[in-house]
Ligand binder design. Sequence first.
Ligand code: FAD
Length: 309
Amino acid sequence: MKYLTDEPMSAHTTMRVGGCADRLIMIDTQEELTEQLAICRREGVPFVVIGRGSNLLVSDDGFRGTVICTAGGFCGIREEGPASIDAENGDGAAGSSGTSLRVSFWAEAGASLAAVAAWARDHELTGMEFAAGIPGTVGGGIRMNAGAYGGELGQVTVRVRVLTADGTVRDRTAEEMDFSYRHSVVQENGEIVLSALFALERGERGAIAARMEELAEKRRDKQPLEYPSAGSTWKRPEGSFAAKLIEEAGCKGLSVGDAQISEKHAGFLINRGQANAADIRKLMTMVEQRVLDQSGVKLTPEIEMIGSF
Ligand SMILES: Cc1cc2nc3c(=O)[nH]c(=O)nc-3n(C[C@H](O)[C@H](O)[C@H](O)COP(=O)(O)OP(=O)(O)OC[C@H]3O[C@@H](n4cnc5c(N)ncnc54)[C@H](O)[C@@H]3O)c2cc1C
């Protein structure tokens, strides 16, 4: 476990902005995570659990309290074994139907989705290819029901082990997780994801690797991966695409300081170097207003904000 004080959050977010957290604790095990959370709760210290900070905007004033970071050490992946999973009886991955023979495995909250996808490929398991290019962790990914190219974590999740507000460890079924587009129940109940049990079908390693490379190529082609960002800044509105509406509202390339709506993909708000959180927040507000005026659609941020704005 690593304990840091006055730690700049710009070093722990893919947007590369954010002031200092009073404390940042990098945990390596479930025991350390539960212990640190118990201390925060007992002492009334505000806390937030983060993964790789790839969906976060942290205030320039930082965070008054403790940030607990799972990315790094708390990243084990272990096979549970072949399982006959009966979706009809509420023990199957959301979206699956009937009974099928799958292989299931647990991944800890801090495991990167890239590592989980690579592990699945190396074990000849298909269904996780979509997640290989999502730069987050299992914990952040489950909370957001991260997804891409037609796949979502909710589709391959059987159970999620969580820590409840009273410090109890419990397993939630995929159904109880209430997965929907970029949503899971932990957004409402504040539970902390400890690990997730995924179930995948047997596949062929070469085909899995080829699909992962195809999707990586699509990302390189369409997304401004050369700049810091937090991915898609806004959720996909019903019946449309945020990037399309932003472009139609004339916001492509719009900037505040070094914060800019990417010229390559208008759904991405990028940091061209020296942007701060205030610039980013101001640009977000401008874009939301212009899109509302132009199309009548209210964009909802996908990125989550920490600290005061
Ligand atoms: C270049 C780029 C591309 C991206 N592409 C995609 C994409 O294709 N699809 C997609 O869905 N997302 C995408 N994202 C966004 C992001 O990677 C995902 O939302 C990811 O799931 C966030 O995981 P994280 O570990 O970084 O979470 P963080 O950003 O660290 O945290 C996000 C939220 O989850 C909470 N959280 C973190 N860990 C836990 C835990 N263990 N228990 C409970 N809550 C927790 C945090 O408190 C916070 O509220 C992209 C981001 C970037 C930068």
